[in-house]
Write a protein that binds this ligand. Structure first.
Ligand code: AMP
Ligand code: MG
Length: 485
């Protein structure tokens, strides 16, 4: 183990050569650390003080390799907006897998680390604003209790990147259970080497689902496990109004973690058709489509596993279809139980779903803020919702109160359930923008640090969170986010 605490294994780099290219990060001029996630460093077994030292920063910038690292760019493909393309890490390098003192394994990846054989026309670099944005949103998603990759650090490079304008360059250090994607399976399947595909599937099983290793049909079991994780993940995005924005198959993990924070954002006003991404003109990845897209992506995953599931193709397809047919119900059960919790419902009644749907319908009609509506209900301040004053809301509220009194659990326990199910704060787009502007334009990171602190305890309901729950001025609409930034 090194002074900084690196303790690398490189299991991915032991896969067949076709799965990656050996490549080192391209050095940068004058790196400076602008943010470091100390609690995460500690979880990883890394020494924050050492990471902040000159040598530590050189590592986080890709100028020096940590001991034990065998850096690679991963090969993968993916369906982007429905169309298959061969991709790969075009601006990221996997340094290796940090094995922490508890024995858990984490991919350590530098994003924005320079060109790779997969860069195509890109410069391999990243701008500061988008890397800080990914840091904020991924850490917020983690604090909300939703599986996600994490952000360890951001450095500025002292170099410029050129997008529409000249921007400060930056590198983000990402931490993930792995970067095995549906797109990696698609890549392996299209290569047409069944032995390598099988080897990769076995690797994925060993890494994420060792409990199914001994099953009769472990490839079918792998598919079933990923279905479960994705169904739950997407339901949990829905519960907090999170729109991923670019649910291409290369951005969907086998581990069930959220990755690739590009054009994602949290919804303010509730509307099922909400889309933030400037390039998603058809609304393919709109809020209301996320669950169905999850299924579409899983179908692409199934196609890659068919040759492994059964020697007879027809039977393999039947097995895959049968497994996939459970996704809808699995997703719905997760969604429903989470929505029940948001309303403090602890037992199940058949009419619960219509109670939930009616509320959402009213929210849509009255353009109610998604997070703050549930926040107001949690605080028992219905007058603070946009629907207040309408007869239908008064009737709905009475119905909900009756429903709550029909359960045996105390009001207090329902309130507790609502508090842990309805975030008091989310990364509001205007707050994120404000933090990024102070950081990028003024070099002032205090706004971002305060925001991160508030977002780290989204269910705390403290008074210092109140101003972060407030809505933006209407001039902030429509909010747009950008890919490939
Ligand atoms: P994404 O939309 O972030 O999932 O990226 C899709 C593909 O484009 C991936 O292969 C990325 O590595 C690649 N890519 C995105 N931005 C750049 C860039 N600036 N330079 C090189 N490759 C990039
Ligand atoms: Mg991607």
């Amino acid at each position: 183990m090194t002074q900084q605490g690196w303790n690398f294994d490189n299991s991915y780099a032991r896969l067949p050569e076709s799965f990656f290219r050996r490549i080192e990060p391209v050095p940068v001029k004058s790196p400076e650390l602008v943010i470091l996630n100390k609690p995460l460093a500690e979880t990883l077994g890394l020494d924050s003080t050492e990471l902040q030292s000159e040598e530590g920063v050189q590592v986080l910038a890709g100028n020096e390799l940590p001991a034990g690292s065998q850096p690679i760019a991963q090969a993968y493909g993916g369906h982007q907006f429905g169309h298959f393309t061969m991709l790969g890490d075009g601006r990221a390098v996997l340094l290796g897998e940090q094995v922490n003192p508890a024995g858990n394994r984490f991919d350590i990846q530098l994003k924005g680390s320079g060109r790779t054989p997969f860069s195509r026309g890109g410069d391999g670099r990243a701008a500061l604003g988008p890397m800080l944005r990914e840091y904020i949103i991924s850490e917020a998603i983690h604090a909300l209790g939703i599986p996600t990759n994490r952000s360890l650090a951001v450095v500025t490079t002292g170099e410029s990147v050129f997008r529409e304008t000249k921007l400060p360059g930056s590198i983000l250090t990402r931490v993930a259970a792995s970067h095995l994607r549906i797109g990696t399976f698609e890549y392996a399947a299209r290569k047409g080497n069944i032995e390598e595909l099988k080897l990769f599937a076995d690797y994925a099983i060993k890494r994420h689902y060792p409990e199914i290793e001994m099953k009769d049909n472990r490839y079918l079991a792998l598919f079933e496990e990923v279905i479960k994780r994705q169904a739950e993940l997407i339901a949990r995005w829905q519960h907090v109004g999170f729109i991923h924005g670019v649910m291409n198959t290369d951005n969907m993990t086998i581990s069930g973690e959220t990755i690739d924070y590009g054009p994602c954002a949290f919804m303010d006003e509730y509307h099922p058709e909400t889309v933030f991404s400037s390039i998603d003109v058809q609304g393919r990845y709109a809020y209301q489509n996320q669950a169905a897209i999850g299924q579409w992506n899983l179908a692409r995953f199934a196609e890659t596993l068919v040759p492994l599931m059964h020697e007879k193709q027809e039977q393999a397809i039947e097995l895959a279809n049968e497994a996939l047919s459970k996704y809808g119900n699995l997703y719905h059960q997760h969604w429903l139980s989470g929505m029940r919790a948001k309303l403090g419902l602890q037992n199940e009644e058949e009419q619960d779903e219509s109670l939930i749907e009616e509320l959402l319908e009213m929210m849509k009609e009255h353009r109610a803020d998604y997070t703050n509506t549930f926040r107001a209900l949690t605080l028992d301040k219905p007058a603070e919702t946009a629907m207040n004053g309408s007869d239908e809301f008064a009737q709905w509220h009475a119905r909900w109160q009756e429903r709550l009194s029909r359960q045996e659990n105390s009001r207090e326990s329902s309130l507790q359930l609502m508090k842990i199910s309805n975030p008091a704060v989310i990364p509001r787009n205007h707050r994120v923008e404000e933090a990024l502007e102070a950081a990028v334009k003024e070099g002032d990171y205090s706004v971002m640090e305060r925001l991160l602190e508030v977002l780290s305890r989204p269910y705390a309901y403290t008074s210092d969170q109140e101003k972060y729950a407030r809505l933006p001025e209407s001039s902030h609409y429509p909010y747009q986010t950008y890919c490939g930034t």
